[in-house]
Write a protein that binds this ligand. Structure first.
Ligand code: BDR
Ligand code: CA
Length: 311
């Protein structure tokens, strides 16, 4: 089993990503670390616990990390995910298990303990940047780092050019791209925009796993409305689960290696600038995903979520 830490900001699509991970026998989720992003960090931790309760996996520890970006003011995405981060469903909080503090040390200690660890970051990269700055030697043996964020040719979702995770904390993102010893797999909007949970697919999930289906229907209702109003998409784009699926089956996607930097100032703040033509002649630091077999992804997602044991 592949040992993984999921660094996240749940968040509607983060929650679906966690459910996918919990129902994937290839993965051993050793911990979930929370960063401020879609919602303030304490709310993100509450939501992660709600998902673990649903998946009957409250044995997995949840650690609280950064409360604000490295330098910039914190701007949440509660307009997209709802004030509670779960589409304003106000699902009751877990009361018998608590999130712990110390996400940064947990990440660093795990890297030392498990040299073959995979880190999947599906929120802003603040926790990762802080951990890397604090103990760079812990990161020496890391080989697999997957980040949902950025946009190579696709347009942004926070500005014409910037995607939320990198826009929320561009300084952290740029630090990670410039300092991580291994290549970052960038699961950007180029590929995640192809992953749309449509009303039909949702109905199907409801039909074959009613409890899971009604939970997913409840948390995505808000997201459906948002996508229709913003982009006239029927259904909702679920970005984060693709990062989990890629960890399990990298052949779902195609991409190329390149040198990438994240803009930290000005009008293009948070933009992922990918030197696809190798103009800078810089050593490559990223693997940029450009194509996804969305049918195969959805097949995998459905198979695992819809047939997950009823909670
Ligand atoms: C990313 O931003 C968040 O709103 C989502 O959870 C996802 O991680 C997409 O831009
Ligand atoms: Ca996220």
């Amino acid at each position: 089993k592949q040992k993984v830490i999921i660094d996240c900001d749940p968040g509607i699509d983060d929650s679906l990503a966690l459910l996918l991970a919990l129902n994937s026998p290839e993965l051993d989720v050793i911990g979930i670390t929370i960063v401020c992003g879609n919602v303030p960090v304490s709310l993100g931790a509450d939501n992660a616990l709600k998902i673990l309760r649903l998946g009957k996996r409250l044995d997995i520890p949840v650690y609280i990390g950064a409360k604000k970006p490295l330098i910039r003011d914190y701007i949440s995405a509660q307009d997209t995910h709802g004030v509670d981060g779960l589409g304003e469903t106000n699902i009751p909080a877990v009361t018998n298990v608590y999130a712990k503090s110390g996400a940064i040390d947990f990440i660093n200690q795990s890297l030392i303990q498990y040299p073959d660890l995979t880190i999947i970051a599906i929120g802003p990269l603040t926790n990762i940047a802080i951990a890397l700055k604090k103990q760079p030697t812990a990161w020496k043996s890391l080989k697999n780092f997957i980040s949902m964020g950025g946009a190579y040719k696709s347009y942004g979702n926070c500005s014409p050019v910037a995607e939320y995770n990198y826009w929320c904390d561009p300084d952290a993102a740029n630090y990670v791209y410039s300092s991580l010893p291994c290549k970052i797999t960038m699961v950007g909007l180029d590929v995640t925009r192809k992953i749309v949970l449509t009303p039909n697919i949702l109905e199907y999930i409801c039909a074959i796993n009613p409890k899971m289906g009604s939970f997913i229907r409840a948390i995505t209702r808000f997201y459906f409305d948002f996508h229709w109003q913003q982009e006239k998409v029927i259904g909702c784009v679920i970005n984060d689960p693709l990062a989990i699926a890629y960890a399990i089956t990298p052949t779902l996607c195609e991409g190329f290696d390149a040198y990438t930097q994240i803009e930290t100032i000005g009008i293009s703040l948070g933009q992922s600038i990918v030197d696809a033509q190798n103009i800078f002649k810089h050593v490559t630091n990223s693997h940029i995903l450009t194509k996804v077999d969305d049918f195969k992804f959805m097949h995998m997602f459905l198979e695992r979520i819809a047939t997950a044991k009823e909670p």
